[in-house]
Ligand binder design. Structure first.
Ligand code: 4AD
Length: 550
């Protein structure tokens, strides 16, 4: 009988191992798998000098292993054959499907072109024509269910009979744009479809196909894709349910601010983005060459808003602000949308009351839009409208609050008066208190040059940060220094050359007034409203350190 050799130390398990003394196997199971029962097996164990006949137990184990492997291989071969047959059948169906031609029936009533979102009840029973992109396709029996999307509006379309057998129906891919014609009917009770209706197609035509396979939309931007891929392909990600819902609510949010400001008689202006002055410190300025002069992308429109109080009264703007933030956090952007307002002849208390009103009114207005409200509830089911009055807490009280809880500052020591309250500590506060907080009266040293000192404590400013649970600071505001010489002294203290600010100083020269205002970060507000992990999700095409594309 042929002898097969196994050397557990030096042998090699390969398909072409002969199993000789010169070239033995490494394991009995592999040797047995390749040579079967009609052989004699000799094994040299590790650290043993001689080959010995394989033990009975070892041979039995090897035989079982070989048997299992053979069965597995046979099953895999069966599967592959079945798949090949199915594929061939599919190909045959598709080949036949290519010969099926469909045309619109001229005898049917003229179809009325409607929007997918049309809610006029008169369209029920009517022959209509709609255009959109495929959001979902499902094949069931001989039917093809297509959810057609136009913007946020969806319509279920049912392709049946010959329509469902065409090549285009059988190969329909997500994002393909198409036109569907047929009668619109309510779906039977208990079945679900957008607006409880479906278009029973008698004709459809593809307007432009979208790729399938590796290049398919869902392959390129899967719902649970990693953050970098989704950002690299933001132009496609924006077609996903959540991204489009956020952009929809954002649109409603901006409208709500416009409405609220109009209700208050506050005028909208549009200050420049290209400036030569800083507002919030030199560290986050983006500079650029403006025809040979050093200029910056604005950090805030505040100073310009202040200058028009005398000509227009209270004003607001919704403009871009730019911050060359060196840190990459989930709430910092390099370019963000800044909602800023400036109010004339007011007190600090009036400023706080105004802010409380605007925030609550804007949320009420958004809630009046049923679609926006539904989207907010979908992504942030626990959202409740904040109750008034907001909690008011002085900076010095916040320092005590943090000390009592042993929450450390950025250096890892106890917080002391004068410390910046870092993002993590601020998050601790908002998460525990879990309601909007007006954090007021920050020390002069940690705030911007333009802030008015408090009458009752010269160490602090009449300033406010509005903190929201989950996000932290969404608004920064203050009363402004309105005395000319006091402002000059502030420039000096901060080491800023006041000459570039002649226009800002002139405001204090020609009929100055106590005034104040604030800036609200739209992306942060939206992140709070919709419980977004990061403000990046609240930007159409987010810009932050390391990302300026697409
Ligand atoms: O607190 P900030 O820096 O205040 C100002 O710019 C004032 N000049 C505004 C004013 O009084 N008119 O910024 C105001 C708000 C912040 O509370 C935050 O919501 C947002 O702007 N913000 C940012 N949002 C995203 N990314 C950044 N890098 C942001 N920096 C500020």
């Amino acid at each position: 009988m042929t002898v097969i050799y196994i050397d557990e130390e030096k042998g090699i398990d390969a398909n072409d191992t002969p199993g000789t003394v010169a070239s033995p196997f490494n394991s009995l199971s592999q040797a047995y798998l390749q040579h079967g029962p009609e052989k004699e097996y000799r094994v040299r164990k590790k650290d043993e000098g001689e080959y010995k006949p394989a033990a009975k137990a070892g041979l039995k184990k090897a035989a079982n292993y070989a048997d299992t492997q053979r069965k597995k291989r046979a099953a895999a071969a069966d599967r592959a054959e079945k798949e090949a047959q199915e594929e061939a059948a599919r190909e045959a169906v598709l080949a036949q499907a290519k010969d099926i031609k469909i045309a619109e029936d001229p005898v049917l009533p003229q179809a009325v072109l409607i929007n997918i979102g049309e809610t006029d009840p008169q369209v029920i029973g009517l022959r209509v024509r709609v255009q959109g992109r495929v959001h979902r396709v499902a094949k069931q029996g001989g039917l093809v269910f297509v959810t057609l999307r136009r913007g946020l509006d969806m319509m279920q379309c049912l392709l049946s009979g010959t329509l469902a057998k065409t090549y285009d129906a059988l190969t329909l891919t997500r994002e393909t744009s198409m036109e569907v014609v047929g009668e619109l009917w309510n779906v039977p009770a208990g079945l679900h479809a957008p607006l409880n209706r479906e278009l029973r197609a008698d004709y459809f035509r593809i307007i432009a196909k979208a790729p399938g396979g590796d290049e398919s939309f869902t392959n390129r931007v899967p719902e649970d894709g990693d953050a970098t891929t989704l950002l690299n392909l933001r132009h496609l990600t924006l077609r996903q349910d959540k991204a489009s819902a956020i952009m929809f609510v954002r649109d409603g949010l901006e409208s709500a601010f416009h409405t609220c400001y109009k209700e208050l008689g506050i005028k909208k202006v549009s200050p420049p983005a290209l400036v030569q002055t800083q507002v919030e410190g030199g560290a986050t300025l983006f500079s650029l060459d403006f025809y040979g002069e050093t200029s910056y992308l604005t950090q805030s429109s505040q100073l310009y808003l202040e200058t028009v109080l005398a000509s227009l009264g209270d004003v607001y703007c919704i403009e871009k602000s730019f911050r060359a933030e060196k840190s990459v956090t989930r709430r910092h952007l390099a370019e963000y949308t800044h909602i800023e307002a400036e109010l004339d002849f007011i007190t600090f208390d009036q400023l706080l009351a105004h802010l409380e009103h605007v925030i609550c009114r804007v949320i009420d207005l958004i809630w009046e839009n049923p679609i926006a409200a539904a989207k907010i509830k979908e992504y942030n089911p626990e959202f409740t409208k904040p109750s008034r009055p907001f909690l008011r807490m002085r900076y010095s009280e916040a320092i005590d609050w943090l000390r009592e809880r042993n929450i450390k500052n950025a250096e890892g020591s106890d917080h002391v008066f004068g410390d910046d309250i870092a993002e993590a500590a601020e998050r601790n506060m908002t998460d525990e208190i879990n309601r909007p907080i007006f954090l007021t009266h920050f020390p002069v040293e940690i705030k911007s040059f333009y802030m008015q000192r408090a009458d009752d404590d010269g160490r602090v400013t009449e300033s406010v940060d509005v903190l929201m649970p989950g996000v932290g600071e969404v608004v920064g505001g203050s009363m402004r220094i309105w005395d000319h010489d006091e402002l000059l002294a502030a420039y000096k203290r901060e080491g800023i050359d006041p000459s570039g600010y002649f226009w800002y100083l002139d405001q204090r020269k020609y009929g100055s007034s106590p005034h104040g205002g604030y800036g609200l970060g739209e992306q942060r507000f939206l992140a709070w409203l919709m419980k977004l992990w990061t403000v990046r999700e609240a930007s159409l095409y987010p810009r932050f350190m390391g990302r300026c594309t697409p």
